[in-house]
Write a new protein. Structure first.
Lengths: 160, 202
C-alpha cells in the first residue's frame, strides 16, 4: 500500500481539462473566420422600407454599400436633418459617389469587378430626388446593377 | 525550506475562461446577416445605337407618383392597392392575340403582347423613398405573379422559388444548369420592361 500512498495529492486524479482551451479556441477561430464584422458604423438613420418581392443579396464580397438617411442625433447639429449619403465611414456629397464606386471596384479582384452590385440602403423617409441623383452617378460609372435593400415584409406597411 | 519540485506548473485552468470570453465576445458582436432587397438594373448612360424605336402609346403603362405619394396610372388616380392588378391586366392584355398563354382581355387600346408591354415609372423629387419602394414592389410583384402562374403551369413550381434556387451559389451546378433554361424560358414569356424616367422637380 505504501507504494500508492506516496502520491500525496489526491487519490482520485482530476479530469484533465487541459484540452478544453483547445476546443474553445477551435470554436473561437471558427466564429472569427466565419463572421464578417460590420465594417462601418452608421452615421445615418437607417430604417429600411418593407418589400415582399425581395431577392437575397449573394456573396458579400460582391456588394458595395451606400447608405442614405438623415444624420443620427449626435450629427444633426453639424450636418442638419436633411438626408445625407454615407460612404464607408463618412458623409459624402452626391458627386463623390462615382469616385467611391470606382475606388471600391478597383479594390475587388479582377474577376469580380464585372459582377458587383450596389446595395442602396436608404432610409424610408428619404426623398427620391437624392436617390435619383445617386442613380445618375451610378449610371455615369456604369454600375448598373443596384439592389434596393429592404426588410422582408408587407410593402403596404410602409405607408402607415 | 526551499522547494525541491522545480518550477511549479503554470495553471492553465483559466485559459478556458479567457477563450470563452473571447468566444462570447465574437458571438455577440458579429451578425450573420443576409440582406435582401429589390434587384434593379439601371439603364446605361449611352443608349444602344439602334434606330429610334417607335413605341405605341398603348404599349406604355405610365405610373406617376407625386410628392404626396399619390398615384396617377394611365392618367387616372389610383389606389396603391389596385396597382398590382392593373399592371397584371396591362401586361397580359394581349391586344394582338400573339401570346397564347395570356389570359388578358384583348383590349385593343391596351398593350399588344407582353413582349411589347412597357411599364414607365416616373416620380417626383420629393416622393418619399418608401412610396417608391412600395410601387416598385407592386410592379415587380405583378411580373412575379404572371411568371409564377406560367411556371406553375409548365413546371409545377413557382418561378420565384426556381429563381432563388438558381441564384443560390450552394445549389449544385447540375441542378443549376437545368434550372437556367427553365428560368430563362419563363422570363422570356414576361420580360421585365420597367423604364424609369428621370425625376421631375416641379
Amino acid at each position: 500500500m505504501a507504494k500508492f500512498a506516496k502520491k500525496k495529492d489526491g487519490d482520485l486524479p482530476a479530469v484533465s481539462t487541459a484540452s478544453l482551451p483547445d476546443i474553445v479556441f477551435m470554436l473561437l477561430f471558427f466564429f472569427m473566420t466565419v463572421t464578417t464584422m460590420k465594417d462601418s458604423s452608421l452615421l445615418v438613420e437607417n430604417t429600411l422600407p418593407n418589400a415582399s418581392e425581395t431577392k437575397k443579396l449573394e456573396k458579400k464580397d460582391r456588394v458595395i454599400y451606400i447608405y442614405v438617411g438623415k444624420p443620427t442625433q449626435e450629427y444633426q447639429k453639424v450636418f442638419g436633418t436633411e438626408p445625407k449619403i454615407q460612404l464607408n465611414d463618412k458623409f459624402a456629397n452626391v458627386e463623390e459617389v462615382g469616385s467611391y464606386i470606382l475606388a471600391e471596384r478597383a479594390k475587388k479582384p479582377q474577376e469580380l469587378q464585372n459582377v458587383l452590385t450596389t446595395a442602396l440602403k436608404v432610409d424610408k423617409d428619404a426623398n427620391m430626388g437624392l436617390i435619383a441623383d445617386i442613380k445618375q452617378e451610378l449610371r455615369k460609372v456604369n454600375a448598373l446593377k443596384v439592389n434596393y435593400t429592404t426588410y422582408e415584409g408587407d410593402a403596404f406597411n410602409n405607408l402607415q | 525550506m526551499p522547494r525541491r519540485k522545480g518550477a511549479p506548473e503554470v495553471n492553465a485552468g483559466s485559459m478556458a475562461d479567457i477563450a470563452f470570453l473571447l468566444l462570447i465576445f465574437f458571438l455577440v458582436t458579429t451578425t450573420i446577416e443576409t440582406d435582401a432587397g429589390l434587384d434593379r438594373m439601371l439603364p446605361p448612360m449611352e443608349p444602344p445605337e439602334d434606330v429610334d424605336v417607335v413605341i405605341k402609346q398603348k404599349n406604355i403603362f405610365t405610373v406617376n407618383i407625386n410628392k404626396n405619394g399619390q398615384l396617377l396610372v394611365e392618367d387616372n388616380l389610383m389606389n396603391l392597392k389596385d396597382l398590382r392588378k392593373a399592371a397584371v391586366a396591362f401586361l397580359e392584355n394581349n391586344g394582338d392575340g400573339s401570346c397564347n398563354y395570356c389570359k388578358g382581355k384583348k383590349d385593343a387600346s391596351s398593350s399588344d403582347n407582353p413582349e411589347k408591354a412597357i411599364i414607365s415609372l416616373k416620380n417626383d423629387r420629393e416622393t418619399k423613398y418608401k412610396t417608391y419602394i412600395t410601387v416598385q414592389n407592386e410592379l415587380v410583384g405583378a411580373y412575379n405573379e404572371l411568371r409564377n402562374r406560367e411556371a406553375q403551369r409548365l413546371f409545377g413550381r413557382d418561378f420565384t422559388e426556381m429563381e432563388a434556387e438558381f441564384l443560390n451559389p450552394e445549389t449544385p451546378s447540375k441542378v443549376r444548369d437545368d434550372l437556367k433554361d427553365k428560368v430563362k424560358r419563363v422570363q422570356d414569356m414576361f420580360p421585365q420592361k420597367l423604364s424609369e424616367a428621370e425625376t421631375t422637380s416641379n
